[in-house]
Design a protein around this ligand. Structure first.
Ligand SMILES: Cc1cc2nc3c(=O)[nH]c(=O)nc-3n(C[C@H](O)[C@H](O)[C@H](O)COP(=O)(O)O)c2cc1C
Ligand SMILES: [Fe+2]
Ligand SMILES: [Fe+2]
Length: 397
């Protein structure tokens, strides 16, 4: 059965959600599912903005057919060529062979790589600032390279004052009937997943997100229609401010994050003592994660949120415990920067974890690293309390 949402007088959401998929991009856990959004404008011309992932293709095709109600499809605007939005293009072409694709030069290079259908005879190649009139609506295009692929662009409809923002302003999480962010308790129930989505997927490209935000600031936007998660029509400034922070590697909260690895529990015990001391010093906002238990995507998002971080890790085969090494290299790969950090190492015979953690951390930009690595030899000793106090002082000053 079709399942669509009317958004404006002549614009509809025709996407669908997947609650079965375990891993988005086969790497990020999505316990709350994900939505693939697609929109249709019914003007003198009919316009489809992006398609959906394969997993929800049949639902999407039913939605499309219902909304078109016997009309043909004139245009598909391809804001992003990644298969989570394009996998269904071929199915649409089979059903609406006269359709024209609107995209930039890079869009069509990629389209030919992914598909065998005739692209050239259907391509309407646009560039930054070009417009297309569909009747009442005039659609303008702006490039947002690397948010999250090189060909990514956004479409602005001046008639509805809607920004079709591609992956920008998206979030993990299936849509459960409500389509607008203002119908949800977004801050309590969605923000964490929005942060995990943005920081993990485009966290590396803060500068490119910044230039996309600058382009958006020049437009009169009343509604943001992203390709994942709810549509924004209220409180846009609040969400844009979150993007502002994440893309400039500015911490959102004054908070301490403690991340540890531990095989036998001694490193864990040391950070438990440390956390208690941080609390005694007046800190209210402390988060703590075991790298073996929590997927790195959650910890990376927490690192983007918090302004101070403690990394604690045993030495493992003369290196770092592998899951800590993964987390640190993920942070580095995401261009993570601008934090105050302290390091705790453990080992039983040749301890080198601290040095190795500091090497990675000091290769990141603008990191204030506490000089005195705390070295735990197998287990924390009573005479090391002052060293712990030193870490607390560093974090709290
Ligand atoms: C597979 C393996 C390799 C290890 N390699 C080293 C090492 O190279 N150097 C070292 O000092 N300790 C090494 N250790 C010992 C641990 O770092 C040490 O026992 C530490 O105290 C464990 O802390 P935990 O109680 O938090 O797990 C290794 C332990 C294991 C299980
Ligand atoms: Fe994408
Ligand atoms: Fe996407």
């Amino acid at each position: 059965m079709y399942c669509v949402k009317k958004i404006t007088e002549d614009m509809y959401w025709i996407g669908a959600s997947d609650r079965r998929l375990e891993l988005f991009e086969n790497v990020y856990p999505i316990p709350k599912g994900v939505s693939y959004n697609s929109y249709v404008i019914l003007d003198e011309k009919t316009v489809l903005l992006d398609t959906v992932d394969h997993s929800v293709c049949s639902q999407f095709l039913e939605n499309l057919e219902h909304v078109l109600d016997g009309r043909t499809l004139d245009y598909i605007i391809v804001n992003h060529m990644e298969p989570d939005h394009c996998a269904s293009l071929a199915e649409v072409v089979i059903r609406y062979p006269e359709v024209k694709f609107v995209g930039n030069a890079k869009t069509f290079t990629m389209m030919k790589q992914f598909f065998d259908f005739d692209v050239d005879n259907r391509a309407v190649v646009i560039k930054e600032g070009d417009t297309i009139s569909t009747g009442k609506h005039t659609l303008a295009f702006a490039m947002i390279p690397m948010v999250h692929w090189p060909e990514a662009m956004v479409t602005y409809d001046a008639y509805d004052k809607v920004l079709y923002s591609a992956d920008a302003f998206g979030t993990f999480g299936a849509l459960n009937g409500n389509i607008f962010a203002d119908e949800l308790n977004f801050e309590a129930e969605w923000l964490e997943e929005a942060r995990r989505y943005l920081t993990n997927i485009v966290g590396k490209y803060g500068a490119q997100v910044q230039s996309a935000l600058k382009k958006a600031a020049a437009l009169d936007i009343e509604m943001i229609c992203p390709l994942h998660g709810p549509v924004w029509r209220e409180n846009l400034g609040w969400f844009i401010d979150k993007y502002q922070k994440w893309s400039t590697y500015t911490p959102e909260d004054h908070a301490v994050l403690i991340v540890y690895a531990s095989i036998y529990g001694n490193t864990e015990s040391a950070v438990n003592v440390l956390a208690g001391k941080i609390s005694d010093a007046g800190e209210k906002n402390i988060a703590m994660y075991d790298v073996s238990k929590t997927d790195p995507s959650y910890i990376l998002a927490e690192a983007f949120r918090c302004d101070r971080i403690v990394f604690a890790c045993p030495t493992y085969n003369a290196g770092l415990f592998p899951k800590m090494e993964t987390l640190l290299s993920e942070l580095k790969a995401h261009n993570f920067q601008n934090r105050k950090v302290a390091v705790i190492e453990n080992g039983t015979w040749a301890i080198s974890a601290g040095k190795q953690m500091k090497e990675i951390l000091s290769s990141m930009k603008n990191m204030e690293i506490y000089d005195n690595t705390l070295t735990v030899k197998s287990s924390l000793k009573r005479d090391q309390m002052e060293e712990l106090d030193g870490i607390v002082e560093f974090l709290m000053k």
